[in-house]
Design a binder for this molecule. Structure first.
Ligand code: AMP
Length: 450
């Protein structure tokens, strides 16, 4: 067995393990089940994890005093070389959970000029954010991290790859593009991270992800992070992971638990009036207002910019990457008070000063709701979320409540009296509905896995 020559420790290297499964031509034998499910241990301090002094110092500098549950559970497995599926939402510290073990086992650039770890994320913004967090935790130790995401200068990425890179963070499309051009070498990769796997599969990146996985050495380690574990994610895990441990950090819905969640019922044509009055009443530190469409986002932005001139921004998928980056930076720098956005920023973006979320349009699915709302209440801070529900959307509200296992509280403002949003109940006797808890599809999934 060979050992990592990394500067931090001499832990057995995952890449030195022999492959554990039979190869069938180009396909990998499917695992029979996803794997044993664990809940995170209670951990009071980073002392309980076997980390190098330099990493300990980085954690102190970052102000991290104790591991979050996903960190407590994932880091020991990742350091031991085990494949892990971490079911965790954004805002739970999952970026550090996979970055810490990678940084701890990284060979120096002198020893290896080709990428050793590839972190794949669904959006460009998240790629920048993950790279930033990894760089911060590298704590001054020279660490070459390349961000390979679409919308960014290709030549710069090519130069960076040529000069030598230790970690790649990228979106599936651009990473795949580099693989096809032969500009990204994968033979030294010993760890692949799939962050927000459910989201990446949702937006149609499965072919690219599968090709990337097939290009990486078979005995690499794979860490998969996902808020939900629908069948499509489990299938990916079964095909490309080896006896993974499943860590369930969603049992207590951490990120969403500290967030007060309310709703308004409102006629479609009065939503703009309502948002103006609500923002006036709430006077948020910073708010993200979510719209369903790009055009709707532009329209509402133009409207709100009249009142919040210079303090209101918009972001959606049709905007140039440079413009999206600029707006996000202004939000981070707290120059903006209000950001009007589509679900492009619904996931992953971590800005701890977001105090308010407004779902101006109800999200298209329940997971999007959880992710939008998770933009506030980061790492246990308080936050509040409002959802505007129009007639005909009563069912959406109900399924959101089932998904989060909690009832939203109705809110009102003078002059905006509640309107009826649900279809009237049929006047026939129906069997008593089962208790809300068992309606939650997440609970059902977990039970069946145990
Ligand atoms: P993430 O879920 O990775 O987006 O992380 C959410 C936020 O929590 C980021 O700002 C992290 O820097 C921060 N964070 C991560 N781990 C810890 C920790 N153990 N203690 C305090 N903050 C943390």
């Amino acid at each position: 067995m060979s050992y990592s020559k990394g500067p931090r420790n001499s832990r057995p290297r995952r890449g030195s393990r022999p492959p554990r499964f039979e190869e069938e031509g180009d396909t990998i034998a499917l695992l029979e089940s996803v794997g044993p499910v664990e809940t995170p241990p209670d951990m009071e301090s980073f002392d309980e994890l076997d980390l190098s002094p330099i990493m300990r110092k980085a954690l102190v500098e970052a102000g991290f005093t104790k591991p979050s549950p996903i960190q407590a559970a994932l880091i020991p497995h990742a350091l031991a070389g085990t494949d892990v599926i971490g079911q965790a939402r954004t805002g739970t510290g999952k970026t550090a959970a996979f970055s810490i073990p990678i940084l701890e086992q990284l060979d120096s650039l002198e020893d290896c000029r080709d990428p050793q770890a590839i972190i794949i994320v669904p959006t460009r913004e998240l790629a920048d954010q993950v790279a930033g967090e990894a760089q911060r935790l590298a704590h001054g130790l020279p660490t070459e991290i390349a961000v390979l995401s679409g919308g960014k200068n290709m030549n710069r990425q090519l130069r960076q790859l040529e000069n030598g890179v230790q970690i790649v963070v990228g979106t599936p499309g651009r990473v795949h593009d580099h693989l096809q051009r032969g500009t990204l070498r994968t033979d030294k990769v010993w760890c692949v991270v799939l962050d927000e796997a459910d989201r990446m599969l949702d937006i149609g990146f499965r072919p690219q992800i599968e090709r990337i996985m097939r290009k990486c050495p078979r005995n690499r380690q794979t860490l998969l992070l996902s808020a939900t574990l629908p069948a499509v994610v489990r299938r990916l895990a079964e095909s490309y992971m080896q006896e993974p441990v499943v860590i369930d950090c969603c049992r207590n819905e951490m990120a969403v638990e500290t967030i007060e969640q309310r709703y308004f019922t409102i006629a479609q044509d009065r939503k703009v009036e309502l948002i103006e009055r609500l923002l006036e009443r709430e006077d948020p530190e910073q708010a993200i207002v979510f719209c369903r469409t790009k055009r709707g986002t532009d329209r509402l932005y133009r409207h709100l910019a009249r009142t919040y001139h210079g303090k209101c921004g918009a972001i959606h998928g049709d905007m140039q990457q440079r413009e999206r980056d600029r707006v996000l930076q202004e939000l981070r720098d707290r120059k903006l008070k209000i950001l009007v956005a589509t679900d492009v920023v619904g996931r992953g973006i971590d800005i701890t000063t977001i105090s308010h979320i407004v779902n101006f349009d109800v999200p298209q699915d329940c997971d999007d709701y959880v992710h939008r709302v998770g933009r506030t209440g980061r790492m246990g801070r308080e936050g509040i979320a409002f959802t505007f529900v129009v007639p005909g959307e009563g069912e959406v509200l109900t399924s959101i409540e089932q998904r989060i296992n909690k009832l939203l509280v109705r809110d009102t403002l003078e002059g905006f009296e509640p309107v009826v949003v649900a279809e009237p109940e049929p006047e026939v006797e129906v069997e008593q509905a089962p208790a809300r808890k068992s309606l939650n599809p997440m609970n059902r999934k977990r039970k069946s896995r145990r």
